[in-house]
Design a binder for this molecule. Sequence first.
Ligand code: ASP
Length: 348
Amino acid sequence: MKNKIILSTILSIASTPLFMVNMAQAHQEQAFAIAIHGGAGTINKSKMTEKKRKAYEDKLKEARDTGYALLADGKSSQTAVIAAIQILEDSPLFNAGKGAVYTFDGEHELDASIMNGKTLNAGAVSGVKTVKSPIALAEAVMEKSVHVMLSGEGAEVFAKQQGLESVENSYFDTDARYQSLLKAKKQLAEKEKELKDFQAAHQTLNNEYKFGTVGAVALDKSGTITAGTSTGGMTAKRFGRIGDAPIVGAGTYANNDSCAVSATGHGEYFIRYHVAADICARMQYQGISLEKAADVVINDVLVKAGGSGGVIAIDVAGNITMPFNSTGMYRASKSSNGEEFVGIFKDD
Ligand code: ASP
């Protein structure tokens, strides 16, 4: 008798409109999605053969779909972001991990960061030379150290302590990036002669030398967003230069109260205009959509300042936006609402 009463009470609550609305909301809250990028810059459409385009798009899809499958399986956005980025780090096509650009001195110095939008915990590394997966090291800094950012040799010691895979610096070598270095150094030498100033000469290196950074943002079924970014920085960088990618708020930012962003482009501008955090702050304080906030920062603020590049961004409702003000940005996305995208140019 008692059980019957309990059962009928449960059934009557379950059929109330309020209960049904809550269930519908719970169902909606299970939305999940991922967006990734493989860098923005001057990507010459006329030089993009079908074969080359396919190679890029296939790799982007592989990274995106790997992250998406993890999310579908109920894994965290942090796990999905790391998995997607590691696929791009391992590919010689992108300027992160294998295939990273060369410094002026002919080495590779890698930067990466990750941020979790629920805990606001973040981890970053800069100038590492022998860590195979800089994004894995950034995650270890976030999870296993009391710090947010480690650099250079200290970061490498920490990576060893954490048992992360290390490689020779030459592991990151590719001929295409080496040719870019030679070209950049030739241009630098000519301009330095003309302008009698190395820094002014450096200013003339165009976007062709700085695309290919990789990043991912994701929303998981629990409603948490995460952002991560990994890069070799800019070709012919010197004096231990560090870009925006490992700087929380500049190249990477995530906050469940607003959005998660991973950036790519001319790092000096992204640092000074704290691009990733600015997009999230505009959304939160101005009450505008993610799309609007990202569009203003990339296509207005940065354009006026002269900073080229783009971002991928996601909010807790699963909205995704991927604006850029350069000729192209390698990018892909997939949402549990059935939408998916892969492309390079504006009209893709
Ligand atoms: N933002 C990176 C940096 O300045 C480069 C890039 O995104 O291509 O180091």
